[in-house]
Design a protein around this ligand. Structure first.
Ligand code: PBG
Length: 333
């Protein structure tokens, strides 16, 4: 490969030539659009740290779904903000819980739109942790331990009730050990052997979830999530997390967040052959939106480059708050 015989610019000289040799393409099938559903009526409120993303009450969902379906997006990921929270997150697994109700509504309006249910407790517990907590006082401060095996039972109940409501995919994001196996067994015992598990396998304890916690009202009331979510400094540990999820029966693996963890996406792509999901999280969205609103960056070009990067790294599917925007931009091209 020696100049002047080799000239890399030959294949870049026109858009036709560049289109022909392009290695990675984004399509609308790549995207999952998250939706926040809140209790109440007539609500469509913009989330302040996530411009363009709203809280919808169930009666206002239809307009949003119509747009999503017309754009050709095939899946939505549901997050629910319940009316009341308690110490074990009962409304996460209630038959008339907010996610269960929304799922039924969506499946009645658009049976072909895939509903992905985020299976976690943090939006439903009053302490904001993703599992059951044993609390105690130390030096005048309230402390708590998130209890692994006790939490599994609640997560299984949540997953089964989501499947019963019509969810097409169960996406557990709680990072308890053994959650895939527990949920797989629970779904199978309840007759949902056909429902796949999209596991949040490699989920880091990340500051990039900041805007989401405002949106889902799920910030932990004490402590942090570092005893269950992963240390951003670790990558070999990511392999161990993914390995156990594969062994426990996961159908898809996820890396979350995406932008600061492209090496992890790439590594999982090399090591595993299951479909791989990248979660382009709320903080990644907020940073781009903030700069775009200031006129500091070209939003469409930046988002395209970011999502292409995730795909190039090895993601097959991208959960992104930009799904609708990107679907529109792809159509314009
Ligand atoms: C629930 C959950 C979180 C996100 C997805 N599912 C928050 C968290 O773990 O604190 C974050 C999504 C985002 O930031 O866009 N456990």
């Amino acid at each position: 490969m020696i100049f002047p015989i080799t000239r890399h610019r030959r294949l870049r000289q026109s858009s036709g030539m560049r289109n022909m040799v392009r290695e990675t393409v984004l399509t609308v099938n790549d995207f999952i659009q998250p939706i926040f559903i809140t209790h109440g009526e007539g609500i469509k409120n913009e989330i302040s740290s996530m411009p363009g993303i709203y809280h919808f009450s169930i009666d206002r969902l239809e307009e949003e779904l119509k747009e999503i379906v017309e754009l050709g997006i095939s899946a939505v990921l549901l997050f629910g903000i319940p009316e009341s929270k308690d110490e074990v997150g009962r409304s996460a697994f209630a038959d008339d819980g907010i996610v269960q109700q929304a799922t039924r509504k969506i499946k009645s309006l658009y049976p072909d739109l895939l509903v992905v249910a985020d299976t976690c407790l943090c939006e439903f517990t009053d302490h904001g942790h993703c599992g059951m907590v044993h609390t105690y006082e130390r030096d005048g401060h309230i402390c708590g331990d998130v209890m692994n095996d006790e939490s599994l039972e609640l997560l299984v109940k949540t997953a089964v009730s989501q499947a019963a409501a019509g969810a097409d995919i169960i996406a557990p994001s709680n990072m308890m050990d053994g959650f895939v196996q527990a949920i797989r067994t629970g779904l199978d015992d309840a007759g949902y052997t056909h429902i796949p598990i999209m596991s949040y396998s490699v989920k880091y304890a990340s500051a990039f979830y900041g805007p989401f916690r405002e949106a889902a009202d799920s910030a932990p009331q004490f402590g942090d999530r570092k005893t269950y979510q992963m240390d951003p400094a670790n990558v070999r540990e990511a392999l161990r997390e993914a390995e156990s999820d594969v062994a426990e029966g996961a159908d898809m693996l996820m890396v979350k967040p995406a932008l600061a963890f492209m090496d992890v996406i790439s590594l999982l792509r090399q090591q595993f052959d299951l479909p791989l999901v990248a979660y382009n999280v709320s903080g990644e969205y907020a940073m781009v939106k903030a700069a775009a609103l200031q006129g500091w960056i070209n939003e469409k070009a930046i988002v395209t480059e970011m999502l292409l990067g995730m795909k190039r790294a090895g993601a097959d599917i991208i959960i992104t708050y930009f799904a609708k925007d990107m679907a529109r931009w792809l159509r314009e091209n």
